[in-house]
Design a binder for this molecule. Structure first.
Ligand SMILES: [Zn+2]
Length: 138
């Protein structure tokens, strides 16, 4: 994907021996994946979210996200498990896009566990993510 490779530097993915799931990034070049995210769906979701941070740091797409007022208009995606911020919502917008049809999130932020109705709950976020992915739907 051209956004990830923008600037030409490689992205290194590290597997971290940890008894918890999820991941983190050290933008613009490193992604850390924690061991306890054992299912393919969880690893895909985490990698897509962390790649969103890489894209945020390497491209001007966050400015586009910001100028669309997505965070203010629709609020942050409830699927993100930690404290909300616009940069986390940017990454979550892309991460959730890849898995939303087949992923079940745990309960968080007052929302029960379940699936995300991305097009129904966050249509502007969805449209932005779809444009970032060049119109490809997963
Ligand atoms: Zn994040």
């Amino acid at each position: 994907m051209s956004h990830v490779c923008y600037g030409g530097a490689p992205v290194t993915i590290y597997r971290v021996n940890a008894n918890f799931g999820g991941g983190s990034t050290s933008p613009p070049n490193s992604i850390f994946m924690y061991n306890a995210c054992a299912t393919t769906a969880c690893a895909t979701y985490t990698l897509a979210h962390e790649t969103g941070h890489i894209i945020d740091s390497r491209t001007g797409l966050f400015s586009e996200y910001d100028s669309l007022g997505l965070y203010a208009r629709e609020g942050p995606l409830w699927t993100y498990p930690n404290a909300f911020s616009e940069h986390e919502d940017f990454a979550e917008t892309l991460g959730a896009y890849v898995v939303w049809h087949n992923y079940t999130w745990g309960a968080r932020h007052g929302h029960s566990a379940g699936n995300l109705n991305y097009t129904g709950e966050y249509p502007a976020h969805y449209d932005f993510a779809k444009s970032v992915f060049g119109g490809v739907e997963y």
